[in-house]
Design a protein around this ligand. Structure first.
Ligand code: PMV
Length: 328
């Protein structure tokens, strides 16, 4: 028997450069990780209510959930209200390959996949802008005061230029570039690391503000290089960003070892990505060197590695998936 399914997916994200300084007004760039995705599959008409299943975390509930403040319940409700619909019956199965709590935007990706699948199931298409703002509301429940980076990068699936207090700005690199992402296996709470940087800044403002300014300058150079297709120029700028982050006190011996291993294996540049002290390292590589750099990162202690290509064009996966597929 053929079973109808409306399926949609959304990518992960990683911060390319500018983290921490962005909290103090400098720009940051985040990019999609299209090869790591969350997927939402909607099977209509199998039940006379809405059943939401999250098999990866062993969760399932019938609409409306108890208590009613589940972030996915909120995103479904907001999406239905936005579409002017009130009837959704079937099974919504949500899965994700994205590491949770690793600064890769897993919650925003899950919410984006759900918004897209719900819209498709009801015969609507949402713009990236509409999707992004629906996901932002769910992120507010999950994270309190999200910066808006995750929902924007993920809904547009495009690099985003971000300055605090301004609308995030998606932009196009002129050429594709390849990143190897390595999980250090160490989880560090973003909130704690951000607070620690604040304490250090309060103790020595001139030094920290000089670091933030230097980071802002190199982030601007990274954007110009990406838009000019000068990928080789970006490598040393990422290295420079790593030196600033280390001076700021957010690197660690393991992160330094990973960055050094990536460079020794031929990466054009490498740095920690996100809050630091743990989390991920990213290495900019020539595509042909990706497997070798990934291998070197694993040998130096990375628990997992992912290779992703950031493309000039919006990903075909996010924007051109047929709205109905059949499964036997
Ligand atoms: O945890 P991530 O990868 O989303 O990165 C946090 C980035 C910081 O600049 C350290 C904090 C922030 O809110 O921008």
């Amino acid at each position: 028997m053929n079973e109808r399914v409306y399926r949609a997916s959304a990518s992960a994200k990683v911060i390319l450069c500018g983290e921490h300084a962005v909290v103090y007004g400098s720009p940051a760039i985040a990019v999609p990780v299209s090869d790591l995705r969350a997927t939402a599959s909607f099977y209509p008409n199998q039940v006379d209510s809405l059943r939401v299943e999250l098999p990866d975390v062993g969760e399932a509930w019938i609409w409306p959930p108890e208590p009613d403040n589940h972030p996915l319940a909120l995103v479904i409700r907001e999406t239905l209200a936005h579409l002017g619909e009130d009837d959704l019956r079937g099974r919504l199965v949500v899965r994700s390959d994205i590491p949770i709590g690793g600064g890769m935007g897993s919650s925003a990706a899950v919410a984006t996949a759900v918004v897209r699948a719900v819209a498709r199931a009801l015969g609507h298409t949402l713009s990236p802008e509409e999707t992004s703002s629906l996901v932002y509301r769910a992120e507010e429940i999950w994270h309190g005061t999200p910066s808006g980076i995750d929902n924007t990068v993920i809904a547009y699936e495009r690099p985003v230029w971000f300055v605090r207090g301004q609308p995030p700005e998606p932009f196009y690199p002129a050429r594709s570039f390849t990143l190897v992402i390595a999980d250090s296996g160490v989880s560090a709470a973003t909130r704690e690391v951000v607070l620690d940087v604040r304490r250090r800044w309060e103790q020595d403002r001139p030094r920290y503000e000089a670091l933030f300014r230097a980071i802002g300058d190199l982030v601007r150079q990274v954007r110009r290089a990406l838009e000019a297709g000068e990928i080789e120029v970006v490598g040393p700028l990422l290295d420079e960003n790593q030196r600033h982050l280390a001076e700021m006190g957010v690197s660690s011996p393991l992160l330094e070892a990973l960055v050094a291993a990536a460079r020794a294996a031929g990466a054009l540049g490498a740095k920690l990505a996100g809050a630091g002290r743990g989390g991920n390292v990213i290495a900019l590589v020539r595509e042909a060197d990706a497997a070798r750099v990934a291998e070197a990162l694993r040998r130096a202690g990375a628990t997992r590695t992912f290779v992703t290509i950031v493309r000039p064009e919006p990903s075909s996966i996010a924007h051109a998936t047929p709205s109905v597929v059949s499964r036997s």
